[in-house]
Design a protein around this ligand. Sequence first.
Ligand code: XMP
Length: 496
Amino acid sequence: MAKFHPDLINKEFWYKDITLIPNRLPDFERDKVDLTTHFTKRLKLKTPFISSPMDTVTEAEMAILMALLGGIGVIHYNFLTIDEQIEEVEKVKRFEAGFVFNPVVLSPKNTIGDVYNVADKYGFFSVPITEDGTLNSKLSGIVTHRDIRYRKDMETKLKEVMTPREKLIVAKKSETVDKNNLQAANEILRKNNLDTLIIVDEDNKVAALVADSDIRKNEQFPLATKDENKQLRVFSAVESRLKLAKERIGKGYDAGLDGIIIDASVVFKEQLEIAKYCKENFPELEVVLGNVDSAEMVRKIIEEASDYCDALRIGIGPGAACITQQELGTGRAQASAVWECGEAIKKLEPKYGFIPTIADGGIKIPDTIGQDVAKPGDITKALALGAQTVMMGSLLAGLDESPGEKEFDYEENRMVKKYRGMGSTEAMEKRGALRYGIEKVKIRIPEGKVIKVPYRGSGYDFIPQLIAGVKQSLQKQGFKNIKELQEEADIRPLPK
Ligand code: XMP
């Protein structure tokens, strides 16, 4: 068990109020540190990072980045329709795959412009062409990037440019998909130097496809968080309202979703019903509840719903765009919440089993203008205090992969991106105020604000720095993994 300094007992403290004392003599390099952890009861991650379900943080592009680098993204639900959220889930699931089972198809009557629209929406150009443009009709050919890359005539029909069926090399479903033999499909793809291999059934209908770019991506990102079919994993947020959540869960499940986070600033009783509904009807989905911040809340949830809860999200109002603590006098210092909730779970573990915790919000990087380097000490502290993963909003909102454009800020003399709390008036106005459970009330009390965060460039540079930083701080303390850190960290108060 971690050494927890007596001066911290029953005290409120933030990450900045504590430090971790190294007591070992490290005899290994940073690269030997393994950050594998539990995100939920069943799902492990190689990187303990989760991107917040916020509309200035996580849509498909962020979720893809997070999953490729070993973490996971949670798609927000602040869209005008449920289908828009589901489209983002689909983009992640289609991004990188073994067998792509529901490929986008077009008909010979569609145009080159339609292929460009597919590319804009999903990021790929290879499209099988079927007789009527659905998966129910026979394969007529394929259009790939090579066929249209120099074409400007957007109205030209695809039958003019496609490679017709008789010239296509295809694989048989019985020899690939039916035997779950991705290897066989990859070999055909490579031997014939194809961009995309279509797999057909005995009626010449498209059963699946395999893409060469996916094989290369698989090799490039060894930490990636993937499901059994080698598709990236993704979670989505659902509201704490049973009726709406049911529709979201059903549609998300059909799109290949891996789990849900029932999103509320403070856990609602109705969440437990949603969790039960989800587990009973979609047992494959993982369910995360929250947010909580005290041992008492943890105990109540676990006693009532331990079978329906695969992880708990900890933190009420510590986030960079939160004003719940200031406005409503509700919430507490995040580091003490993470510690207390983690300890409460440990006490309940013999009876109810292990439930991982997510330290949500309040992870900061010292931000000196012009010196935005990743200093990931807060993350290591959250893990040392007992969290299995950390959830981040403001830290990721400045990346290229977050929604929204970067702009030059003349006051600060640097590039910035907008970041807004989901309880801010601006975010609530977008589509009701369901996260905050007050949509039917005419008076809205904002619980979040809109701020600017420094533009941090590509997440493909930034996240690896953050990973290396967390590894380095474990290495400094002589710990090879998160379990060792949690068992032996020496947590002390810093003088005020
Ligand atoms: P950071 O500090 O990483 O925090 O930016 C992200 C977390 O903040 C929470 N969140 C809110 N909390 N009012 C709140 O009190 C809000 O408007 C709000 N919006 C997001 C959320 O838990 C997120 O993961």
